[in-house]
Design a protein around this ligand. Sequence first.
Ligand code: PSU
Ligand code: MN
Length: 300
Amino acid sequence: MTEISLSGEVADAVNSGRPVVALESTLLSHGLPPGRNLDVARRLEDTVRAAGAVPATIAVLDGVPVAGLSAAQLARVCAADSGLDKLSLRDLGPAIGLGRSGATTVASTSALAHEAGIGVFATGGLGGVHLGAGESWDVSADLGVLARVPTLVVCSGVKSVLDIAATLEMLETYSVPVLGYRTDDFPAFYLRSSGFPVPWRVDDPGQAAAVVSAHRRHWRSGVLLANPVPPESEMDKVLHDRLLTEGLELLHRTKVHGKDITPALLDHFHTASGGASLDTNEALVLSNAKLAAEIAVALG
Ligand code: PSU
Ligand code: MN
């Protein structure tokens, strides 16, 4: 497809078969407030390095997909006035062809990572089937990409603003293995459990790596590893449920739809919780980056 620009460090690691972990930029530019996002971006990269892998944060800058943003590029992505679009996979052609800049979602990051030779990717939450999708048809492209691109995605499940049962059904239809990390319950981003079981469980990075290698020998879809937020950082359930109800009302009232739904909802949670949801968000994404790096090392 496109020529991806790899940083020297990422290119060296990919070429010599050393562990690399892809990181997405939409969670930074559209999921976290300016200021906080840059701090999280740097800590994500430090966490991956501390676990023995090379971080490759991915974005499209001035029409070029980049894997392994420099410090200056990372600061640009996180700036309050970055003006970056949210780019799903279908947006890559237009953004690249027209020389635009944007942050990549799970869908576009997975695809670019795979193209760059990176098989492991850490993020916060996956997109999924929205509540009311029977009417709106709003199903994240993240699911369709997991069906086709053999990247391991480590995340904390999907937010309870989505139809979690329907999301899990689609992942089954698409033959995407769903693994719980040290849990039998599919997590719900801010919460450790969604109330829905996972079909398979792994208890250490070695088991996760064994499943991923076995899957890749037989089938070319992605693998989803669901890692619940650390217990001490889980959001209070009563607060969570209140913010969710309010958030859904807000979306309805302000007629937000399509790709703006997730950023608007995250913003509502962060503002209305006085920052409590930010601590949860940060803790879970850091935990996923660490786990992804450990699995990348085990796969190597
Ligand atoms: N879930 C979160 N935080 C996020 C996202 C999802 O908890 O920032 C982002 C990811 O980049 C994901 C995208 O790929 O939203 C899904 O958007 P949509 O539902 O518009 O496909
Ligand atoms: Mn959507």
